[in-house]
Design a protein around this ligand. Structure first.
Ligand code: ADP
Ligand code: MG
Length: 258
């Protein structure tokens, strides 16, 4: 993996070494004088089997970038390729299917259904998709994530770290190629956060997945293979093989990137 792999615009085919290729993404909100440009011509390519952290000040467009990359939001212009498939060309049904079958999402706030048990929360997406959900696989997944004793618990009965592990189990169960995580450790203490980061790291190293994670924490970013620094809707910098120290130094150099 080279530094340029994050910044160049590679050819995007099914054989692309990149799981996600974003080219010239522009996203604006509002109209008239209230119009704001949130993404200004963002081009990034995320190699298969890589773990990338995205950092930058609050309001710089990180969540918007993830939402566009994951097909949850549509850019005004530019291209989003997931495994060689152009998302912006898909209709809603095809986009929903691709999201369901190839992508996973992890949010800071877990997004679990409070009235459902752990087991039900994890199996729900598959059931809604009309898939047969293998209960043995669900049990195996929840056991590996340390949740075997909480299968019938409701989210409110769990710690934040446990809830985030449920949301990761839910994401992993559909066997996604790419996992997008928006500040997944933002609400967790350092111990629970480290467990969640280890799961994401392992999903790349052992599961062969591609992870793109927004974080504010240099220690979390140091778990990634590379860090992309974002500012004012643009890529400001990138760093390979980050350590907490090099990330913190780069943030300082970029001036007030918190
Ligand atoms: P970050 O995740 O880096 O904090 P966001 O992508 O959430 O940044 O937001 C970037 C900018 O876009 C902010 O100024 C925010 O107010 C604005 N924004 C985000 N979503 C919307 C929306 N749905 N409507 C209008 N403005 C939005
Ligand atoms: Mg955000």
């Amino acid at each position: 993996m080279t530094r340029t792999s994050y910044l160049e615009k590679p050819h995007s085919t099914a054989f692309s070494p990149h799981a996600v290729v974003l080219s010239g993404l522009v996203k604006t909100y509002g109209s008239g004088p209230a119009r704001t440009t949130v993404l200004e011509d963002v081009s990034l390519a995320f190699p298969r089997r890589s773990f990338t952290a995205v950092m930058g000040p609050s309001g710089s467009g990180k969540s918007t970038l993830l939402q566009c990359a994951a097909g949850l939001d549509r850019p005004d212009s530019g291209s989003v390729m997931i495994e060689g498939i152009e998302l912006t060309a898909l209709d809603e049904l095809a986009l929903t299917r691709l999201r369901r079958d190839r992508l996973g999402f992890v949010f800071q706030s877990y997004n679990l259904v409070p009235t459902l048990t752990v087991r039900q929360n994890v199996t729900l997406p598959g059931e809604l998709a009309g898939r047969r959900v293998d209960s043995g696989r669900v049990l195996d997944m929840l056991t590996r994530l340390g949740l075997a004793e909480h299968l019938d618990a409701r989210p409110a009965q769990l710690s934040g770290g446990q809830q985030q592990r449920v949301s990761i189990a839910r994401a992993l169960l559909s066997d996604p190629a790419v996992i997008f995580a928006d500040e997944p450790t933002g609400a967790l203490d350092s111990h629970a956060g480290a467990e969640v980061l280890a799961l994401l790291r392992n999903s790349v190293d052992t599961g062969g997945r591609t992870v793109v994670m927004v974080t504010h924490d240099p220690i979390a970013a140091a778990m990634a293979d590379a860090v992309v620094f974002f500012a004012d809707g643009r890529v400001a910098d990138s760093l390979l093989r980050p350590t907490a120290d090099t990330v913190a130094a780069r943030m300082t150099a970029l001036g007030g990137v918190r």
